[in-house]
Write a protein that binds this ligand. Structure first.
Ligand code: FES
Length: 111
């Protein structure tokens, strides 16, 4: 199974093995990676699976669909390399890929 490395905004790393065709949101939530919520269940309507993918992997991913592009407009900290994790299916081409998580995501406000 491909190894994927989730990297929190503070640099904490979580290396996990994911089955092919699982999406990056599912892989994070099933492995209890902080900062990925997946509140809509993976239908591209919440942006709580927002992540950043760097080259050389970014250009290997399938293009964003119209719903992903629309939802990313609402994501805080959106960048050119932003993706919705629920819309990215794991393949062997992603072996060793780092998935960077936004600072704002999954942070509970202190009370
Ligand atoms: S889980 Fe809701 S947009 Fe990805």
């Amino acid at each position: 199974m491909p190894n994927i490395i989730y990297v929190e905004a503070d640099g904490s790393r979580h290396e996990v093995e994911l089955e092919e065709q699982m999406n990056l949101m599912e892989g994070a939530t099933m492995n209890l990676v902080p900062g990925v919520e997946g509140m809509c269940g993976g239908v591209a309507s919440c942006a709580t699976c927002h992540c950043y993918i760097d080259e050389p992997f970014l250009s290997k991913l399938p293009a964003q669909g119209p719903q992903e592009l629309e939802m990313l407009k609402t994501a805080k900290g959106r960048k050119d390399n932003s993706r919705l994790g629920c819309q990215v299916l794991v393949t062997w081409e992603m072996e060793g890929m780092e998935v960077h998580l936004p600072e704002e995501q999954g942070q509970e406000p202190l009370s």
